[in-house]
Design a protein around this ligand. Sequence first.
Ligand SMILES: [Fe+2]
Ligand SMILES: [Fe+2]
Length: 358
Amino acid sequence: MNMSTTIESVDDANSRAVQSHVLSPRFYTTDFAAMDRIDVSAVREEWDAVMQEYEGDNNHDHFQRDAEFAQELAQSQAQWTPELKQELLDFFVSSLTSEFSGCILYNEIRKNVNNPDIKQLMTFMARDESRHAGFINQSLRDFNLGIDLGQLKRTKAYTYFKPKYIMYATYLSEKIGYARYITIYRQLERHPELRFHPIFRWFERWCNDEYRHGESFALIMRANPHLLSGLNLLWIRFFLLAVYATMYVRDHRRPILHHAMGLDSTQYDYKVFQITNDITRQVFPIALDIDHPAFRAGLSHLVTIAEAFDQAKAKKGLWARVQQGWHGARAAVQFARLFVLPVKSQTLNAKTILRPTW
Ligand SMILES: [Fe+2]
Ligand SMILES: [Fe+2]
């Protein structure tokens, strides 16, 4: 793994979570007054149906370990290589940070709005994300690497996003989160012998929560169609690319993790992109052309640049800093090239809600 540091101690785990670089999951804050003004009346019927699902809370008892958990963990752990263990820990820390990021954002919105629809939605989503974060943290605590969530909340930097950016970014991260978890779950369902940690058994019901979170943001955007037209199409394109490219580069730093599941990082990522593209038809009038050769070449070029950046970062001195700057600029140019590639137009379904059938 080409991470500059390994996770050996609880301090390493906590400082990895608090890190804010281009690829690490971030914490967000937004304009709460604008959030308060969101109107979902144009999608009332579908909205109420989703709220009822949240209310039903079919995962209320899901995030508890069963009797076999400890035994399975002990058995599989004996087979791990040190590299696999590092990549798994990195996966846990970054997943936990993303889950907790959702938890904080939704909770802050809940506290700062009076709009009953938004308040209710945020209450349900914060509930789910806090369960998710807590469940991953238990798996870090198995190695005495538990993240201090209170401390993380206080010390990690917050990025301000306008509400519309929150909509695009959060919608996408919920849906891509679903696509990632379901792809792993299906793979290990076919190959239970490759399930090297018991937590993967939880992914199916887990990702239905993420899916539902995404549905809620899709409904908000469909109720406010100006978010999905005109110049905003450029923002949608930007967020699609930012989310896809970040995931691609990050995943290519964990090749051993995917390999242990019988997956190849590139194959896995394109499967996830495909599922996400299929889902986003419910809301985005455009999709990235993930099969375009220039798109594929551009993403793998970004991985090469990120590796060169890491190597420069591992060195000390002025020259290493110059090199970092140079690789940063190369990454920006590559991103811009990907941004101007042609995208695919698509017609939205009449109904927003889409059943998760992947
Ligand atoms: Fe979650
Ligand atoms: Fe979520």
